[in-house]
Design a protein around this ligand. Sequence first.
Ligand code: FAQ
Length: 311
Amino acid sequence: PQAGLLAAFESALAEDSRIEPRDWMPDAYRATLIRQMAQHAHSEIIGMQPEANWISRAPSLRRKAILMAKVQDEAGHGLYLYSAAETLGVGRDELLDKLHAGRQRYSSIFNYPTLTWADVGAVGWLVDGAAITNQVPLCRCSYGPYARAMVRICKEESFHQRQGYELLLALSRGTEAQHAMAQDAVDRWWWPSLMMFGPPDTESGHSEQSMAWKIKRHSNDELRQRFVDICVPQAEVLGLTLPDPALRWNEERGAHDFGDIDWTEFHEVLRGNGPCNEQRITQRRTAHEQGAWVREAATAYAAKQGTEHGE
Ligand code: FAQ
């Protein structure tokens, strides 16, 4: 029977149809999805922190309303992704416990600080921009619930990217000091954004299998290149420079060449030694502990509703 199930799974992949929660799947496929989806969900909720840092100091009521909506959207993305992961048989509590114990990862990018208001713009333009570049192909991921969650998330992310771009454009066209603040933010966020796509293909241990399973549709380096090519003309319109002297159009390749990424920095951040790793995880654990009463109240309320309806 196992051979028949595997054949059915493989033919579904070959036909590009979706694997659904009740379909048989190899244990390693399930484990890979749980790893990636959990990491993705954790990134969404940890990713609320750097921008939330500026809600109380947004320069106008309009900017504040936009930023609050954006940060709330990230919480929503976390919710879709945790729910999608639950269809694989893991509980949200279990995933959060692993995050808090440092046994599951979240994106390296959220371990960098948001030092000025312009960072809110740079995060929207570059971090959300990189996220969309990575996530649009995930809308065609072989696992149905993940692919469907991505469709909605990508729509919201593209709005987020535009709000960052528009914020930076306003600063870039503002006073000299505002322009300098925008440039400084782009200088600090550019390289870490390129690291979001993961290690180079030659060192990406999971890529080959994940691509065979059609979880990933493109390699880390392919998506990183796509992102660079998208950003170059956008930076020109913004009137800002990307901090890479090696960046230039390569006619032969039909793509931009760019400088070497500091992979030592990436590995240090993954090891917990980035500028904000400690702060992010501590704040996450505190928020979870302080939210315990909400979870208890919700559970008690649900139980009460059940009784009232005679269940
Ligand atoms: N950070 O073999 P690969 C967002 C790890 S966007 C930390 O290449 P894979 C939106 C990797 O887990 C950010 N760790 O791995 C937002 C593995 O470690 P392991 C979230 C990284 O999975 C915007 C090892 O390195 N997006 O949140 C990173 O095939 C603004 C070897 O790597 C997603 O998660 C990294 N950057 O490819 C929210 C997208 N890169 O598990 C708020 C979905 C690699 O063996 C505000 N994920 N690692 O210990 C993916 O597409 C993939 O998982 C990759 C990595 C491409 C990230």
